[in-house]
Write a protein that binds this ligand. Structure first.
Ligand SMILES: Nc1nc2c(c(=O)[nH]1)N[C@H]1C(S)=C(S)[C@@H](COP(=O)(O)O)O[C@H]1N2
Ligand SMILES: [Mo]
Length: 417
């Protein structure tokens, strides 16, 4: 159902007020930007690059010309190799389509489930699309806790994309991986000093000490088995065009199924290790656990299984008696979605939705159900997805960093005559 304020405002396929903007990497004060994706407005599977979300934890690296670009593969290998951009492009290429979701996407719904209060609104968030990342930077970023809260984007951080490049496995095999290697250290060109305030904020505690790593490069230590997966690639193109700087040009990692933070942008260095290096964004920030001092906290890796309802939304209420298309997206960190069920009576009865057929293991699927709302009244609409491993939404319990939210968020609407 068209939302009234959109009518007559379609320009280049987008409602005027939400038309995605091409984002520069810094504002005029040199602050690094982030961007949200207007997920309620997508009409298909591949998110246009202009409308894909952007996250940079540290200071965005300066652009590097592909002719000047090189990176080295070293550590536990038979022979370290340096690759130029041209040498990478000479290897057999591959294209992978995948959903990329930030670990923090929809994190605010954890808070809402726990504490109640007004339900976070994707519509509201995407109308404020784009903003300034005040969490990072050599200047220490924002110090005011409320500013940081406002600046942390917690929804509309998911996009579907087509990535072209080479298999990470092929690159590693050229260097020859030593048998004792267990992890692949992936380092980005970007530097900065992580601000621990969001961690303190998420715990509500100040009695803990959060390690200050100082100025670091963005880095991750990826399990060798995932690095060798044929769908884990080093990409130079997104959605058919060479990577834009904000998305990690000239070359970035793509790790399908795992939350976005593994897909290291502006790749500078690859090093084979025989241990899991305690990278800040691996063991401190992108973690699942009860608190920073939880001995059982673990790095965020594969996503759970998740569906979101993009139509109708709470803001569409009231709906007229009649047929309404309930639809949205579903994805999983372990492969394909096999079914999506919908309930319009707050979870009492569930009906199988239509799920678009697809050959893409990692890309989200569109699903829909035509709902005949015959009786006026209040309705709570829910969706739940199941993946090829038989996992049913939700999979991820509350955690102090509020990562990997895959809970069922009901849409509340009223139906009127
Ligand atoms: N070098 C580097 N890579 C990075 C990041 C970063 O800050 N630096 N952010 C990560 C996070 S948290 C996410 S969600 C994805 C976002 O990728 P995108 O900006 O292309 O959407 O990049 C990841 N790769
Ligand atoms: Mo992220």
């Amino acid at each position: 159902m068209p939302r009234p304020e959109m009518e007559g405002e379609w320009i280049e396929g987008w409602p005027d007020r939400k038309k995605a903007r091409i984002m520069p990497s810094k504002d005029d004060k040199g602050r690094t930007i982030f961007a949200r994706a207007p997920v309620l407005e997508f009409g298909g599977l591949t998110t246009p690059t202009d409308a894909s979300y952007i996250i940079a934890q540290l200071n965005m690296a300066d652009p590097i010309h592909p002719d000047d670009y090189e990176f080295v593969v070293s550590g536990l290998v038979e022979k370290p190799i340096t690759f130029s951009f041209e040498e990478i492009q000479r290897l057999p290429s591959v294209t992978v389509r995948t959903t990329m979701e930030c670990a923090g996407d929809d994190g605010e719904y954890f808070r809402w489930q726990k504490d109640g209060g007004p339900k976070p609104s994707r519509l509201k968030v995407q109308e404020e699309q784009g903003g300034w990342n005040q969490m990072a930077g050599d200047d220490g970023g924002a110090t005011n806790v409320d500013d940081i809260f406002d600046a942390i984007p917690t929804t509309c951080l998911v996009s579907g994309g087509e990535w072209t490049g080479v298999r990470l496995r092929d690159v590693l095999e050229l260097a020859g991986v030593n048998p004792e290697a267990t992890h692949v250290h992936l380092v980005g060109y970007d530097e900065g000093r992580p601000d621990p305030t969001p961690i303190y904020l998420s715990t509500g505690r100040t009695d803990i000490e959060i390690e200050d790593p100082g100025v670091i490069n963005y880095d991750k230590a990826l399990d060798l088995s995932k690095a060798m997966d044929p769908d884990t690639i080093l990409a130079w193109a997104q959605n058919g065009e060479y990577l834009r700087h904000v998305h990690g040009a000239p070359l970035r990692v793509i790790v399908p199924g795992w939350s976005g933070n593994w897909s290291v942008k502006w790749l500078k260095e690859i090093e084979l290790l025989d241990y899991e290096m305690p990278c800040y964004y691996q063991t401190q920030y992108f973690v699942l656990g009860d608190g920073p001092d939880d001995p059982n906290k673990v790095p965020c890796k594969e996503l759970g299984v998740k569906s979101i309802i993009t139509n109708p939304i709470d803001e569409d209420s009231p709906l007229k008696v009649g047929i309404h298309r309930i639809c949205g997206y579903a994805w999983s960190g372990l492969g394909a979605i096999t079914s999506v069920e919908v309930s319009t009576d707050d979870g009492e009865n569930w009906t199988e939705a239509h799920v678009e057929p697809s050959n893409d293991r990692w890309l989200w699927r569109r699903w829909s159900l035509n709902w005949e709302a015959t009786k006026p009244g209040k309705y709570s609409i829910k969706a739940r997805a199941t993946d090829q491993e038989g996992r049913i939404q939700p999979q991820t319990p509350w955690n102090f960093q509020m990562k990997h939210f895959d809970g069922i968020v009901p849409v509340e609407v009223e139906v009127v005559e």
